[in-house]
Every structure is written in C-alpha cells, then in structure tokens.
Design a binder for this molecule. Structure first.
Ligand SMILES: *Cc1c(COP(=O)(O)O)cnc(C)c1O
Length: 408
C-alpha cells in the first residue's frame, strides 16, 4: 500500500473493506474492547521497530503519552480562542518556535493535520493572493501528490517540470513553464521519493524575479536541516532566510517525533492571510477543530528537547543513515540509486531482482517500499529518529540473507 501513495499509478488499487456491520445494541466491557483492540493490532504484519517504509512509523517522544490526560477534552480552532485559550496559545507559541527555527521569527501560521493539509493551504493562499483567472502552479514532477489534490480541489492547473538523471529538477524546464498565469512555484526539501533536496535558492531567485509566490515543502527537512546546519554539515539555504520564500511547511509527525496528525504551515507575513476570506466564525486554515493534545504535545516536546535535544536526535539519525548506507554497499551487487541527503534512501542492484529482495524482506518481517524510478527498480527506506543501531544491524543482516535468496 505504502508505495502506491508515491506512484502516479495508472491502475486503481483495491481497497478491500469489511462486510456491513450492525451498530452494536448492547455495549461490551472495557476489558473486552481493550482485548479486541490488542488482537486486531496483531494484523499489522511488521513490528514498529522493523518498519522502514514511512517516517510516521516509530513511537513519538514519550511526552505524547503523558500529556493527553492533562488536556483531555480540550481543542483548538481559531473561532474558539477565547473559550479555549490554553491549547490555542500553545498552538501559536509552538508555531512561532518553528518560525524561528526556519529563519523568520515574525512568520505566522497553524498547526495542521499534516503535510497534505499544509500543502493545500499553501496553494489556496497563493491562488487567492494572485487572483488571476485560470491559475497555474509550477512544480518538479517529484513533488508530493498532495499538490495534485490541491490543484484538483482549487481549480489550478499543475505544470510539472522534468527531472534530470540525478532526480533533481530540470531548472530550465521549471523556468520555461512560468507564465503570467503562474500563481506559485513549489519545491521540496527533500521530495519524498528520492530524498533529493530541490535547489531552493534557485527557486527563490525565480520567485523574486517573476514576483511569484514560492512554497517550500519541508515535510522532512524542516525538522532535520536546521539541526544538520547546527552540527556543521554543509546545507544549502532552504528557509525564510531566502527572500523569495513565501510559505513553508514541515511535518512534526515525521522527523519531529510528534504524534501523527501534527504538521506546521507557516507564512512569511501575517498580512498575507488577509487573502483568505473569513466570516464571523474566523477560520484561516482548512480543517477546523483539532484535539488540544496536538498543540500541547508539540509545545511541550519542542520546549523539552530544545535545539540541543533535536540536534542529538539528528546526530543519531545521521549515524544510523551512514551505517545503513555502508552496510547496503557492502552487500555484493547492491548500491545506492541516488546519493542520500537526509533520511530517505533508495538502493538498487545490478545483479539481484530488486522486487524479490523487497518481497523477501517483507517475508522476514521487515518493512521496505519497492518503487521503479525512471526504469530503475529501487528499495526505498525512511529512517525514523527512534530507530536504534540494533534495528539497523538486524535489518542489514536480513537484507544480506534476502539478497542471497533473490540471487539463487
Ligand atoms: C509526507 C509528505 C507530505 C504529506 O504528508 P502527510 O501524510 O499529509 O503528513 C508532503 N510532502 C512530502 C515531501 C512528504 O514526504
């Protein structure tokens, strides 16, 4: 399933559903329902520690278990800021902390349900600000499929630019797709397929020259690149420090170690939000009421870890990545399909049937994604900050066995 999300699939995947079920007349005991939930959890074929398919898979920071009791029954949404000021304030303060991390303390925004909502919000804002008929957006074809949803629901034509051999966007093609109907440029740090960082500096230059909105999808990058820079890695400029960047998003629920359904959408200047129509019930974002725990957990986790704590997590994550890359390359015939920049890796083989290796890994209880990019069969991995060295070692030994079987 996971890989289908990432493919521009021609075929409609099957979604088998359970048969119709009555709404229960009599309630079951707490013990019974808890035990049933426990049983159903056994359906998940891959243990959390063994799953390298998606970066949502991994336990969030332990604070996410301690806080829900403190904020039970609370929520946040703009119209309820006076009756529920606590979670609203934590949302806004957490958003300001992210804004500072991404190079612009004055930026404002929202906690969203994740990257998809953030990306749709960005294109909505860009379209409204431009106010042109038949709006268009230019994005490298490696951009996330949430932009395709956005284009569909917002009535925008999405012009996708080709990629070069190394999976980076063909910037000449990006530039050639810009017209007077273009309401936004989109780039990603990194895009989710190959883990490649788009050249935000070049996008920013195009945005300034052509006076176009630029949205940066930092689903992964927002919670890793600032700390990589702190750790002395060479990181090209990617954030609001670039003058052309109009908005950014990042997913707390990926490398931020926050629970699923926590994203951040940030805009450069508060007054940009005036392009969003409001009524007496003020809602600037796309989905309204959210559980107070999303805001409280984000606020508390960021204050607890601080830059220092996240830097340590990132240092660990990069060590795991290095070990993973070295271990994969030690297996005969295996090689990286593309140089990894953050925590998304793609590897391939000239001597093994890569799809069989992937199937073998699954049958050994390890989660990997299989994709074919530009005719190159790849296994894609995404490393979560809560993975341990022992998980990587065990993964590598399973990979060696799987490669052996796939060759036989
Ligand atoms: C994960 C991801 C998203 C959106 O993800 P959600 O599941 O909606 O949080 C958007 N862009 C990129 C590059 C991603 O990796």
């Amino acid at each position: 399933m996971v890989q289908q999300e990432f493919q521009q699939s021609e075929q409609r995947p099957e979604f088998p559903l359970p048969p119709p079920e009555d709404f229960p007349e009599t309630g079951l005991s707490v013990e019974q329902v808890l035990s049933d939930v426990g049983d159903l959890m056994k359906l998940n074929p891959i243990a959390v520690e063994h799953d390298f398919t998606a970066s949502y898979v991994g336990p969030p920071h332990p604070l996410s278990q301690l806080i829900p009791n403190l904020v039970a029954g609370t929520f946040f949404t703009e119209w309820a800021r006076e009756i529920q000021p606590a979670a609203f304030r934590m949302e806004k303060e957490a958003t300001r902390m992210m804004a500072s991390l991404l190079g612009r303390p004055e930026a404002v925004g929202f906690i969203t349900s994740g990257g998809t909502e953030s990306n749709i919000s960005a294109l909505r804002l860009a379209r409204n600000l431009a106010g042109v008929a038949q709006p268009e957006v230019v994005m490298p074809e490696s951009g996330h499929y949430s932009f395709r949803i956005a284009a569909e629901v917002l009535g925008i034509k999405l012009n996708e630019a080709r990629l070069l051999e190394d999976f980076s966007p063909d910037m000449a093609h990006v530039e050639s797709l810009i017209s007077d109907k273009t309401v936004a440029l989109v780039c990603s740090i990194p895009e989710g397929l190959f883990g490649q960082l788009d050249p935000v500096e070049e996008f920013s230059k195009l945005a300034v020259e052509n006076d176009i909105y630029l949205h940066v999808d930092g689903a992964f990058g927002g919670f890793i690149l600032p700390f990589m820079r702190d750790l002395g890695h060479e990181v090209s400029p990617f954030d609001f420090g670039l003058p052309g960047v109009s908005s950014m998003m990042t997913d707390g629920h990926k490398l931020g170690m926050l629970p699923v359904a926590t994203g951040f959408f940030l805009v450069r200047d508060e007054q940009m939000l005036e392009a969003i129509p409001t009524e007496r019930t003020v809602i600037h974002n796309l989905t309204a009421t959210k559980n107070g725990d999303r805001a409280a957990i984000a606020w508390a986790t960021m204050r607890h870890l601080g830059r220092e704590g996240y830097r340590e997590k990132v240092r660990h994550l990069l060590e795991l990545r290095e070990r993973m890359v070295a271990g994969i390359e030690q297996i005969e015939g295996m090689r990286m399909a593309v140089k990894p920049h953050v925590t998304v890796l793609n590897f391939t083989s000239d001597i093994h049937d890569v799809e069989t290796v992937h199937q073998q890994m699954l049958s050994r209880g390890w989660g990997t994604s299989y994709l074919v990019h530009h005719g190159i069969p790849c296994i894609r991995l995404s490393i979560h900050p809560n993975k341990k060295r022992e998980h990587v070692e065990a993964f590598l030994s399973a990979l060696e066995d799987s490669a052996g079987s796939a060759r036989a």
